[in-house]
Design a protein around this ligand. Structure first.
Ligand SMILES: CC(=O)N[C@H]1[C@@H](OP(=O)(O)OP(=O)(O)OC[C@H]2O[C@@H](n3ccc(=O)[nH]c3=O)[C@H](O)[C@@H]2O)O[C@H](CO)[C@@H](O)[C@@H]1O[C@H](C)C(=O)N[C@@H](C)C(=O)N[C@H](CCC(=O)O)C(=O)O
Ligand SMILES: Nc1ncnc2c1ncn2[C@@H]1O[C@H](COP(=O)(O)OP(=O)(O)OP(=O)(O)O)[C@@H](O)[C@H]1O
Ligand SMILES: N[C@H](CCC[C@H](N)C(=O)O)C(=O)O
Ligand SMILES: [Mg+2]
Length: 492
């Protein structure tokens, strides 16, 4: 419950159509389908529809005021603002008592590695005996209580509600993935980040962003907003992958503190003398507070980058190097990220969430270094997503694997045949198309010989296959296990 007059102190507005002196609100809403009595309805200009169209419906359901960018025909007071996304983020933060200012918030952005880094950080903080809240692609977990997610980064209202919940659960460290969509749509505008981490920027989401520069601009907003919150007591830091060709652009976006990490360029947190074996990676990590040797079961160069990013944010959060070292040694990785499936078969099976050209290349390169036999990749491209990444992913598969099998990966509203056409029209080399994902996985596993590796890419932790608006249960790991068991029971 809050006085409308008080809420307006936190929002830049230019006009209120009626007196709000005695108005008390009991909630905020951005969706007329769930608006309740006492709510303030905020009209968002969406990607699909304009929320202004639903103001009257929201008022019918009991909204006592509306925040809008243009006049709407309703009987309740209308607060006119220039940007309702911003107004919603600020109002939501204010309504829940500016929770992010009281939490230590770490935001991670970039094309690949966000989920992996947030989970590495969660493990480090647990090792350091801190209570955590994590928000990202897989789920939300607030001090052990989990919630399913629709987006990697929730809308501003849901986000502030989670921060509020975190405060109630006495969380000390809030760790979240920040997607480019979220930055572009102002979902995180009301967040006071303490640390912002940049992983890397390669092609993805060019269905949503006009071009790569627009994608870059969205990602850099996280760094531009660092330090904008009211809490000026704590110093804010940008943690930047200095090996990225775009590092300078991100560094220039912020006026706050800076910590760089990398392997090749001069960096504050650096990996030296790295080795990679079938059982993991080792390296010496040099940092501003000393050097430490790291031994981790995580595979691939990209995992070293993820560990450096997590270590940098942890160091800035006051975690001792020995704690970070222990945590990296004990980690078992994240569900669906380079996850091995072992059912006693004589060849390797790896489930991985690579769904961009760069991540697919990284994973296949890592497997190439480990594999004594042939590599088979089973992969598809999501429907209603970036079409221009399709041929790039297909070409990577052909170039880096010995056998490329293209299959469905959430075709959504698109015709699978069109997706395969987009993947294969401009590419060179051999491939097979097996539309049904289960059949594709079965084929890949059945043709594998001792010493080979089968990579099942693109869906990682996902437990569904979305076809024409329906989500069918589908879990790469579960399917691969079942087929391997059957192969053991009924050998050819
Ligand atoms: C394309 C996109 O990003 N869409 C997101 C966006 O929805 P939208 O702008 O399309 O909403 P809309 O349907 O146009 O509606 C506009 C407004 O009218 C309201 N409305 C609508 C209908 C109605 O009857 N009444 C009503 O009040 C809506 O509540 C909304 O406030 O805002 C919603 C709330 O924040 C998001 O849930 C939704 O994500 C959709 C589900 C989505 O698929 N997004 C993907 C592309 C996405 O955001 N992905 C990123 C990154 C993934 C990655 O990490 O690679 C993510 O963060 O998840
Ligand atoms: N630092 C990295 N650089 C390049 N590729 C990576 C990196 N870390 C992980 N990957 C690859 O990208 C895949 C996705 O990793 P992760 O889920 O951590 O990324 P994300 O940024 O959270 O992705 P999303 O945008 O879908 O949420 C992994 O399965 C792996 O193949
Ligand atoms: N967060 C990403 C996930 C893609 C995963 C892949 N399985 C797909 O469905 O395209 C997206 O929504 O673009
Ligand atoms: Mg993620």
């Amino acid at each position: 419950m809050m006085k409308m007059k008080k809420l307006l102190r936190f929002i830049p507005f230019y006009k209120v159509t009626q007196s709000i002196t005695d108005l008390t609100i009991t909630g905020l809403s951005m969706d007329s389908r769930t608006t309740g009595p006492g709510d303030v309805f905020v009209c968002l200009r969406g990607v699909d529809v304009d929320g202004h169209r639903f103001a009257r419906e929201a008022v019918k359901k009991g909204a006592v005021a509306v925040i809008a960018e243009e006049t709407v025909d309703v009987t309740v007071p209308v607060v006119l603002v220039n940007d309702t996304s911003r107004a919603l983020a600020m109002a939501a933060s204010a309504y829940y008592g500016s929770p992010s200012e009281h939490l230590h918030v770490i935001g991670v952005t970039g094309t690949n590695g966000k989920t992996s880094i947030t989970y590495l950080l969660e493990e480090i903080f647990h090792e350091h005996k801190k209570r955590t809240g994590i928000i990202g692609t897989i789920q939300v977990n607030i001090a052990g209580e989990t919630f399913p997610v629709k987006n990697t980064t929730p809308d501003a209202l849901t986000l502030q509600r989670y921060f509020h919940k975190m405060r109630g659960a006495k969380v000390e460290k809030a760790i979240m993935e920040v997607s480019s969509h979220a930055l572009d749509q102002g979902r995180v505008y009301g967040c006071d980040f303490d640390i912002a981490v940049f992983t890397n920027l390669t092609q993805d989401h060019l269905d949503y962003h006009e071009n790569f520069d627009d994608y870059l601009r969205a990602k850099s907003l996280l760094f531009a907003q660092l330090g904008n919150g009211y809490n000026k007591e704590r110093e804010k830091f940008a943690v930047i992958n200095i090996d990225s060709p775009l590092a300078k652009k991100f560094i220039r976006s912020t006026s706050q503190g800076l910590l760089t990490y990398g392997i090749h360029e001069q960096a504050d947190v650096k990996a030296e003398e790295y080795t990679m074996t079938e059982t993991g990676t080792t390296f010496i990590m040099t940092t501003p507070i000393g050097a430490v040797s790291i031994e981790s079961p995580l595979m691939g160069m990209f995992s070293i980058y993820n560990m450096l990013a997590a270590a940098s944010a942890a160091i800035l959060s006051g975690v001792p190097l020995e704690t970070i070292q222990r945590s990296f040694q004990q980690t078992s990785g994240v569900k669906g990220r380079f996850e091995p499936v072992r059912e006693g078969q004589g060849f390797g099976v790896v489930i991985d969430y690579a769904h961009t050209p760069d991540s697919l290349k990284n994973v296949l390169q890592t497997l190439r270094d480990l594999c004594k036999g042939s590599i088979t990749v089973v992969v598809g491209c999501g429907g209603d997503r970036d079409r221009s990444k399709r041929p790039l992913m297909a070409q990577m598969s052909i170039d880096y694997a010995d056998l490329a099998i293209f299959t469905n990966d959430n075709p959504r509203s698109e015709e699978p045949r069109q997706i395969f056409r987009d993947m294969t029209t401009p590419i060179k080399g051999k491939y097979q198309i097996i539309e049904d994902r289960r059949a594709a996985i079965a084929y890949a596993l059945k043709q594998a010989k001792s010493g080979d590796i089968v990579l099942i890419a693109g869906k990682g932790h996902e437990t569904y296959q979305e076809i024409k608006g329906t989500r069918y249960h589908f879990d790469d790991c579960e399917v691969a296990r079942a087929i391997l068991k059957e192969m053991k029971e009924h050998p050819p």
